[in-house]
Each structure stands twice: as structure tokens, then as C-alpha cells.
Design a protein around this ligand. Sequence first.
Ligand SMILES: Nc1nc2c(c(=O)[nH]1)N[C@H]1C(S)=C(S)[C@@H](COP(=O)(O)O)O[C@H]1N2
Ligand SMILES: [Mo]
Length: 524
Amino acid sequence: MVETTVAHRTLAAGAGVLAGLAGIAAGSATAVFTGGPSPVIAVGNAVVARTPGFLKDFAVRQFGENDKAVLLGGMAVVLVALAAVAGWIGLTRIEVAVGLVLALGALAALATAVDTSTSASLVVALLAPLVTTAVGATAIVLLLRPLREAREPDAGADPLGRRPGDDLPSGFDRRRFLVAVLGTAAVATVGAGISRTLGTSGAATSRAAVKIPAPASAAPPLPAGTDPLRGISPYLTPNRDFYRVDTALIVPDVPADTWRLRIHGDVDQELELDFAELLDQRLIERRITLTCVSNEVGGPYAGNATWIGVPLTDLLRRAGVRDGADALKCTSADGMVIGTPLDVVTDGRDAMIAIAMNGEPLPLDHGFPARMVVPGLYGYVSATKWLVDIEVTRFSEFEAYWTERGWAEKAPIKLASRIDVPRSFESFAPDAVRVGGVAWAQHVGVDNVEVRVDDGPWEPARLVPQDGIDTWRQWTWQWQDATPGDHELTVRATDADGNTQTSDRAQPRPDGSTGWHSVRFSVK
Ligand SMILES: Nc1nc2c(c(=O)[nH]1)N[C@H]1C(S)=C(S)[C@@H](COP(=O)(O)O)O[C@H]1N2
Ligand SMILES: [Mo]
């Protein structure tokens, strides 16, 4: 009969976790050199790409912009659990532990093979999962060996060699185990150190060196009276507060000095520009409000920024668009494919390849070094970040990432309005019921905002003077003779074409939410 104790098993489970960490760290360090995805990120990307639409909607609703952290955290929990189980079982059945490591390695290799987030060649990219598997398997064997030998009945062992209170079995070679632990921990530490220090620096360093030239066409002066009320969305959204929506588990690392943009397809003359050439084009500066189609009524996924960029039409004119094309198939450095209607970007609006946001080079998570911005279109059909390729083509020739997942092929931004103040369940003194928010109807313009308390009449809100038709408008309203008690405030906007927001509630999918936003508050 062999002896295994709980302490023994626990130590084995810990050894499994340590072996797993070493394997993952070694694989991630390898990925730094191959330029491929690290094994964990490859698996994460595969999960993101294959998550059914309804689950993705759910995740965005539940976790908002933390959805990536939740996914990576969940994967970490699963991996640690599997590694512990491998160690625990490996104590008595080492072939099961090694088999589990090999299976996880195969999964990582498969995920790497289908990953589009890097441009590394497949054979080279597969080195990372290979190293992960080899290191993980070797480490678990070496770590478990002293523990396994300890449980074998040892005729020669001195029963008195066992210290009192020590529930590890006799014959346990502490020294050998310690050496294996230290060795594995060293591999884990060095691997993690390499992927940390060398893995993420390119774009950040390059961004710090970028100087954005003065635009040939500056934005008009800001209208007077913006930001009329504390607590409403600032007219211009600071970069650090700007909403972020994308599928990138780690922000694509695209240094400006190696970046290229290719414009090709149904054109007379293919174009390829590097970043310096892009900066040399005629630059325009415009304020444009971006909105995500996933924004629920009253939701946070809209932001207004001052962008500097190259008019898309300048580049398309140079390339010479051929008859018959109706789409731009835009691809990012991480393999995102977004389809943008050609007639919209060429109708005279300020569609641009943006290089600056609120006076700085694009932040890394907002698409450095270059992204598209098209006034009036939801981000998922227009705002390609880390843009590297524009193919002039037809919608019938390709399927965009989100279209494959049940979202509409074309999606102009819908008229919307939002109450920022009060937040839900705030209470006011009767003479101090001041409310406000924003309303948007990009590339049409907002003409009017009205509010209503409970089932009362619609009352006109005061609007900040219009900046341009591509930005949101802030609005405020004060309730003059507020009656004490609990109330509901509702808002609706009317656009410059005279359309008033519908009260019909629509979900974000397939082409944007509709409905009126309301908030409950009380008067003391
Ligand atoms: N490469 C890439 N670009 C992308 C996306 C993405 O997932 N990957 N998401 C799009 C969506 S859905 C939106 S709403 C906007 C958001 O831009 P922001 O994160 O700068 O606010 O980026 C768009 N561009
Ligand atoms: Mo979006």
C-alpha cells in the first residue's frame, strides 16, 4: 500500500501550478522573440472570436469595459485549477498529468494557428506553444519526481527519520524537491521578466517621439457656454475618460516607425504610405463625437474629441477609385475587419485617417498610430483602430467581423439623448432641481431637446450653441416649481431634419438602440 497524505497531495498540486506558470512564462517570452501571440492571449483571442453574439452582448452589458479583464481573470482561474489538478493526480499517475499538459499545449497551438492578431508566420509562431508545452511537461515531471519517490515503500528507510508532526511520508528528498522548485521558479521569473520588459515597449516609445504637425485646416473656435452644469458630460471627453470598445485582449503594439498603410483593390494606382508620409499630407482638425452601437439607452459609450487626420477622400482621389466599388474593407494590425460604405465617406463629410486625439498622438488603446474616424457612423462600421489596410471593394465580396455576428452591414448613428444629472435616485432641494446631459445626431445635428417630469408636459431644455453637426450638444433644464416627492425625468431630442426620438425601445443589436432615457429622483 502506498501512502499519500493531504500535505503530500497539496504539495503536488502546488507543484502543478508552478509548472504551469513556468510553461506559460517561457512561452510568452518566446512569443516576444517570434512576434507571435503569447499562448494565453492566443487562447483568449480564440475564445473572443468564437463567443456567440448573445454571450458577447451579455458580457458587454454585465462587465462593460471590464469584459477583457473578466475573461483573462476567468482563464487564469481555470488554468490554475487545471494545473493544480494535474499535480494532484500526477502524484499517483504521472502520465495523466503529462497528458493534461500536452492537451493544453495542443489547444494553445491550435489557437495560435488560427490567430490573426499578429503577422508572424505560422511555423515561427508555433514555437511559443511548443516551448510552453515542453517547459510545462518537464517541470511537472521534475517537480513530482521527489514527491512520487517519497510515496514508494522504502524498506531501507529509517522509520525514525520521520520528524514528529511531519505528515509527509518517509523518504521524501527535500533537497531534490527544493532544487526543482527553485529551478522552475527561476524559469517562471525570467520568462515573465522578459515578456514584461521586452514585450510591450515598441508603440509606447515610438508614440513619445511623435510630433503632430499643425493642421492646415484648424477646427473652428469652441462655441461659447459649453459645460454649463457641473456633473454633465464634459463637452470634450478627456482621453483617459474616453470609452474604449474593441476585441483586443492586449493592446496591439504598432510602432509608428514600422507602420505602413496600404490602399488597394478597385483603384487605378495602389498607394502605400509610411507614418512620416501620412503626416506630410494635408491635415484637418475637427471635433467629432464617436458612438458605439452597443450603447444602451442612457449608456456611456459615446465620447467627443478633437481629432487631427488626413481626409480620406484626399487619399482615395489619389488612388483613383474605380466604378462599381461600394465599400472600404478596413483591416487593423490585429486582424479586425470593418466594412465602411464608400458613398458615406465620400459625400463631403470629414471622414479621416486620424493621428491625433485631443492634442496628442492617438493613445495606444485608441488606435495608435492611425485609425479611421467617420462622422455619423457607429464605430463598428467605421472607426478601425490600428488601421493598416484599406481595400476598395464591394460589400458582396467580404464579410466584416461584426456583420458575421449578426450586426447590420450599414449603421448610421441613431438620434439619442441622455440625462447625466441627476444620477438615479439623487435628491434635490425644491429650488435647485437642475438637470442636464447630452444629445447627439451626428452629421444631421440636434435642433431641440425636451424634458418631462412624470406624465407632465414636454418642456424645452436650454441647449449650448451648436458647434457643428458632427458633435453632441449639451443641454440643461431647471424645474421651477418642484413638488416634493419621488419623480421620473424623461428626455427626448429632435434632429435638424425634424425627426423626434421614438419612444419605441430597441436593443442595440442589430443596428443601435432606441427609446427615451429616464431617471428617477426626489425632491425634499
Ligand atoms: N481594430 C479595431 N478597431 C475597432 C474596434 C475593434 O474591436 N478593433 N472596435 C470598433 C468599435 S465597435 C468602436 S465603437 C470604436 C471605439 O473606439 P474607441 O475605443 O477609441 O472609443 O472602435 C472601433 N474600432
Ligand atoms: Mo462599437
